[in-house]
Design a protein around this ligand. Sequence first.
Ligand code: ADP
Ligand code: FBP
Ligand code: MG
Length: 564
Amino acid sequence: MASHIILPKEEEEEVEEGLGVAVEADHDSPEPPRYRHLQPAQKALPFSATCVRISRDSYPNLRALRNASATSLRDDDDAFAKLDEGDYGYVLDDVQHLTDYLPELPTFPNPLQDHPAYSTVKQYFVNADDTVPEKVVVQKNSPRGVHFRRAGPRQRVYFEPEDVKACIVTCGGLCPGLNTVIRELVCGLSHMYNVNDVFGIQNGYKGFYSSNYLPMTPKSVNDIHKRGGTVLGSSRGGHDTHKIVDNIQDRGINQVYIIGGDGTQKGAYEIFKEIRRRGLKVAVAGIPKTIDNDIAVIDKSFGFDTAVEEAQRAIDAAHVEASSAENGIGLVKLMGRYSGFIAMYATLASRDVDCCLIPESLFYLEGEGGLFEYIERRLKENNHMVIVVAEGAGQDLIAKSIPVADQLDASGNKLLLDVGLWLTHKIKDHCKSKKMEMTIKYIDPTYMIRAIPSNASDNVYCTLLAHSAIHGAMAGYSFTVGMVNGRHAYIPFHRVTSTRNKVKITDRMWARLLSSTNQPSFLSKEDIMEAREAERLANRLPVPAGSSEHTKKHSASVLSNGGK
Ligand SMILES: Nc1ncnc2c1ncn2[C@@H]1O[C@H](COP(=O)(O)OP(=O)(O)O)[C@@H](O)[C@H]1O
Ligand SMILES: O=P(O)(O)OC[C@H]1O[C@](O)(COP(=O)(O)O)[C@@H](O)[C@@H]1O
Ligand SMILES: [Mg+2]
């Protein structure tokens, strides 16, 4: 896979009058990276900002460096990174900072140092060099790997409180905890940094240029965390980078807090790039929201725990319905377009679920090891059963039986066909063909789950995320904030948008689920090998000793060495 990394001029003699060269590095190839001069548009960028601190001499390490990362940069010229190498394979995948393109900015003492509540905390400020490792399970000889900048308050900040004009926007689908994040941003800015000029953008990205900005105060947001939804409103679509940045510029906004999922974070990155291109002193802080828990790098997204908890109520209802009928089946559809985390965790928590179907694990209906065979067996054994299906599961099967053209929502997300309804009909038809008496009750609790306020633990998590975002923006960084291995970190935008977090069906968690439900895995031996190989390639791991692939490679290298 190729990615583009930009080197500073002084490290590349081949540059003529340009500011630098782009390096196209193919990590899977032993060939040295190819150099390309920057395109005119890229030359317009203040170069010191985007340089990757890798010298030409360290090229042998470049592959190792990129290999240390589980995800790669997007394969386009926009994907610039700030990578910093340390000893023993240490890599800092750093976030953008105002001084990358405005090097002369003054700094100010952090007002928290005089705050009665915070100044008593020993070592309240984080060390400027503190970083958080992406992977915490290591071996004796493994390189230290990729790290992210640790979140938290810094000794010096890049904004004076009275100069800050902040705005908050929520985009995409609802998720429990949105109001808590909004509340804590407004209160945190005011209570920690004495910032009182905070505005709410209404109804998502389009609100930047089509609605009034709502002034927000600690008083006006005091009890919003007890309500579901978002007091600001949200929407899909409407991301017009130029119009948005024009408005940010015209209104003198200098901190933008953007709460939303993968689509929203992509939009935040576009906004940041345009802000930087215009040389504006504006920090962009993304706070990832995804009820599906599918955002890469971070441990867990806010609202996920609340969603799993609320899903129990639907599963309980399905269980009551199923167990109160002869050959009763309760079918619950849970959220998860591409990732089945809610379905998997809700199943593991409930213990009443007999089968969980997720997008990551393909299933089939007919024949040996299929869903119908399992349903028949389970009804015979237990007289009732509960099935949980994630909304993105079985889309391939539905598309085969009901061919319809793909439809997209306003944000460009594919609209899914209703797997719950489809499965209900399929199961009914099958039982009818087998002359089996049965009852099936289908429950879709999606909007009931999304619309509730967050639970206690999500409330605390939302508060910490909001505070980390504020500290980062005040310190001049632009980033997506998130918890990585239990510590809050500032993550480059491209890292959270380039891949998706998915359930690994070769992991222990999925194995636990299979053993708890006793459902078929729907996988052949070849499927398992294929999934393991995909996993290995995605994580750039070596071929395991003893595997057939390893034996093949080993024999080939022995032969090429003349059998030595
Ligand atoms: N690639 C993209 N570039 C810029 N904006 C995007 C992109 N993808 C989505 N957006 C914007 O982000 C917002 C939310 O996206 P959406 O996919 O609906 O929800 P989520 O952020 O939860 O994934 C929408 O306003 C959409 O226009
Ligand atoms: O009906 P809507 O509002 O488009 O939302 C449905 C989608 O919203 C979600 O709950 C969350 O999606 P986003 O992360 O894109 O906001 C999905 O699980 C679901 O498919
Ligand atoms: Mg999304």
